[in-house]
Design a protein around this ligand. Structure first.
Ligand code: SUG
Length: 417
C-alpha cells in the first residue's frame, strides 16, 4: 500500500456566475453582477490540472452538481421560475467547484481505525452553499467506497463547517502520522466566522484522531475582517512546512510553540505584515496556493494565482524566498481568474486526499487523455457567458442541465444524474 497525495479538483460547472452571494468574500462582492464565462472558467481549471500532472502529481476530479437544485427549491415551497431572485441565484450557484470546502480529510496514518476518514462539510453559513453537501456526499460515497475509507455525513447545524479550507496537516511526509490543525473563527466581527470550533471538535472525534496530536487554533479576527473568510486564504501547510501570513492566527505564539513541541522538525515560513499587508495577501491570494512536494526530491513548488505575480509586494517576497534557502523552490503561476473573481484560488479548487490511488474509484482520477475528453465536453456544451441577472432563462437552464449530463456520460458516472 503506497500512500500519496491526490488533489481532487472541482470541475467548474456550466452555471458559473457572479451573483455576489458570499458576504465577507471581497472578490464575490466586488464582482457581483458581472458577466461570467463558464466555458473559459472550466478550461482554466482543466489547464491547472494538466499543469499539475506535468509536474508529476496525481490528479483527481469532483463533478459539478445538478443546477438549479430543484429539490432544494421544492423544500422551500417554490420552484426556479417563481423563486425570488436571491433564492434563485442560490439554487443556481456553481459553488461546488471549490472542492476545498467539500470535506475534511484525515488520512489513514492519523486515525485510530487506520482508514482514511472524510466528513462532508455542512456549509451552513452561506445559503447558496448549504445545499451542496448531499451532492458532494453522493460523489464521496462512490469515489471512496472501499474498505480503505470511512465517509461521514455532515456535522449537524448550527455548527458551521467549511471542510478542508480550515484544516491543515503537518507531518514528516504525506504517508506519516500528522499533527492535524483545525482553524476556527469566532463570530462578532463585521463578517461571519464560517468555521465553528464545535464542528472542528466533532470531526476530530469522529475521525478518531489522537487528541494529543490535534490542535484547535483560532483564526485572527483581523484576518476575517480583512476578507480571509477561510484559513486557506492566509495559510497553507504541506508536509513539515507551514506557510503563513504573520496575522493569520489569534495567538500565533501559542500555536507555533505547540507545533514545535509536537513536531520539532516543523518549518514555519511566516510572511511579515511589513512586507506583505493582509490586504495584498488577500487580493493576490498568495496563500491560497497549492504547496506541493515535487517528485524525485525536487523540493516544494507553490502553484499560485497569476494575481500573486502581478502584486509587487508579494512577488518581491517570493522571489527573495526562492533565491534564498527557503523550502519553496519553484513558483508556478496559474490563470484561474474566472474562479478568483468569486474568491476561489488554486487551493480552493482542490481537495487533498492522502491515500493509495489504487483504492479510489478510477472514474474520479484523470490523466491527459481524460482531461482532453472533459475539455471537449466543456467546449461543446458549457455556456460561453452568463449574465447573473438573466439566469431565469429557460434556455440557459436547459443548456446547463444538458452540459452536466454530457459530462456524466463521458465520465461514465450517469448514476449521479
Ligand atoms: O464560499 N465563493 C466561494 C469561494 C470559496 C473559496 N474557497 C476556499 N477559500 N477554500 C465562497 O465564498 C461566491 C459565489 C457568488 O458570489 O456567486 C462564492 O460562493
Amino acid at each position: 500500500m503506497s500512500l500519496s497525495e491526490i488533489n481532487f479538483d472541482g470541475i467548474i460547472g456550466p452555471s458559473h456566475n457572479y451573483a455576489g452571494l458570499s458576504i465577507g468574500n471581497l472578490a464575490s462582492a466586488r464582482n457581483a453582477g458581472h458577466v461570467s464565462q463558464p466555458r473559459a472558467a472550466a478550461i482554466q481549471g482543466l489547464a491547472k490540472m494538466r499543469a499539475n500532472i506535468a509536474l508529476g502529481l496525481t490528479q483527481g476530479i469532483l463533478l459539478p452538481h445538478d443546477r438549479p437544485n430543484n429539490g432544494w427549491l421544492e423544500s422551500l415551497g417554490t420552484d426556479f421560475a417563481r423563486a425570488e431572485a436571491h433564492i434563485r441565484a442560490c439554487a443556481f450557484s456553481a459553488s461546488p467547484m471549490w472542492a476545498a470546502n467539500a470535506a475534511t480529510v484525515s488520512p489513514a496514518p492519523d486515525t485510530a481505525d487506520g482508514t482514511c476518514h472524510l466528513s462532508v462539510a455542512n456549509l451552513v453559513t452561506m445559503p447558496h452553499r448549504s445545499h451542496e453537501w448531499p451532492g458532494t456526499l453522493a460523489q464521496l460515497r462512490i469515489a471512496f467506497a472501499g474498505p480503505a475509507f470511512t465517509v461521514h455525513g455532515p456535522v449537524p447545524a448550527p455548527f458551521g463547517d467549511e471542510g478542508a479550507a480550515n484544516h491543515m496537516r503537518l507531518c514528516a511526509s504525506h504517508g506519516a502520522a500528522a499533527i492535524e490543525v483545525f482553524v476556527y473563527g469566532k463570530s462578532g466581527g463585521p463578517f461571519p466566522a464560517r468555521q465553528h470550533v464545535e464542528a472542528s471538535k466533532a470531526i476530530a472525534r469522529r475521525h478518531g484522531l489522537d487528541p494529543v496530536r490535534t490542535l484547535f487554533v483560532q483564526q485572527s479576527e483581523g484576518a476575517i475582517a480583512a476578507g480571509a473568510f477561510h484559513n486557506d486564504v492566509v495559510a497553507v501547510a504541506n508536509e513539515r512546512v507551514l506557510f503563513t501570513h504573520e496575522d493569520a492566527f489569534a495567538d500565533k505564539h501559542a500555536f507555533y510553540a505547540d507545533l514545535r513541541r509536537l513536531m520539532p522538525e516543523v518549518e514555519i515560513v511566516e510572511v511579515p505584515a511589513a512586507r506583505v499587508s493582509l490586504a495584498d495577501a488577500i487580493t493576490s491570494y498568495l496563500f491560497n496556493a497549492q504547496l506541493v512536494t515535487l517528485p524525485g526530491g525536487a523540493g516544494m513548488a507553490l502553484i499560485l494565482p497569476t494575481e500573486a505575480r502581478d502584486t509587487p509586494s508579494v512577488w518581491n517576497w517570493l522571489e527573495e524566498h526562492v533565491a534564498g534557502n527557503g523550502p519553496i523552490r519553484r513558483l508556478e503561476p496559474v490563470d484561474v481568474r474566472q474562479s478568483m473573481a468569486n474568491g476561489g484560488g488554486p487551493a480552493c479548487l482542490r481537495l487533498r486526499v492522502v491515500c493509495d490511488p489504487a483504492t479510489v474509484d478510477p472514474r474520479f482520477l484523470v490523466d491527459d487523455a481524460r482531461l482532453a475528453a472533459i475539455e471537449a465536453v466543456v467546449a461543446a456544451h458549457w455556456p460561453e457567458t452568463i449574465d447573473a441577472s438573466a439566469i431565469d432563462s429557460p434556455a440557459l437552464v436547459d443548456q446547463v442541465r444538458a452540459a452536466r449530463r454530457a459530462l456524466l456520460e463521458v465520465l461514465d458516472l450517469v448514476e449521479l444524474a
